[in-house]
Design a protein around this ligand. Sequence first.
Ligand SMILES: Nc1nc2c(c(=O)[nH]1)N[C@H]1C(S)=C(S)[C@@H](COP(=O)(O)O)O[C@H]1N2
Ligand SMILES: [Mo]
Length: 162
Amino acid sequence: MRVLARPLPFLSLLGGLLLAIALPATAQSEEVTLVVSQGSESRRLSLEEIERTGLHHVEMHHPEGPEGRFSGVWLDAFLADQGLDEARRVRFIAHDDYTTFLTPAQRDAKAYLLVTRLDGAPLARDYLGPFMLVVPADVEAVRRGSEPMSRWIWAIREVSAL
Ligand SMILES: Nc1nc2c(c(=O)[nH]1)N[C@H]1C(S)=C(S)[C@@H](COP(=O)(O)O)O[C@H]1N2
Ligand SMILES: [Mo]
């Protein structure tokens, strides 16, 4: 029994050391960037570059769970700023490889918000981040089930003009 008393403090010290090594690596790999591509040209945008057309805020409960003050840029303003507003189709690819498309007619029909923050902080992957598309005007209709949310793609990693 006396032999077992000693490994515990050693193990917790080892655990603490491993955590100290692992944490900075985690923070680094979660740096938020978005790939924007057009033809063969592709660039990686920082959060600041994405948000430069100005943040719009909306208090909402996302049908997938997250709730609070969502902030983001209007998709049309973002696309115009990036020179992608003339695209016949804009494609969004998520980290889980789910892919969705929007035509100019679909963008005219609804105002899409490209969400970058929840309660002021960059969207964590656990909260459908790093970027997601929502239609603030449809929140209630989606919750009632009278509107689909098939274009409310979350975990967006890439936007391309086709
Ligand atoms: N990243 C990501 N976004 C996504 C999906 C997904 O699987 N991954 N599913 C889409 C589909 S098909 C619909 S109908 C809505 C709701 O998805 P759910 O029914 O799987 O919750 O989210 C959309 N956004
Ligand atoms: Mo769907």
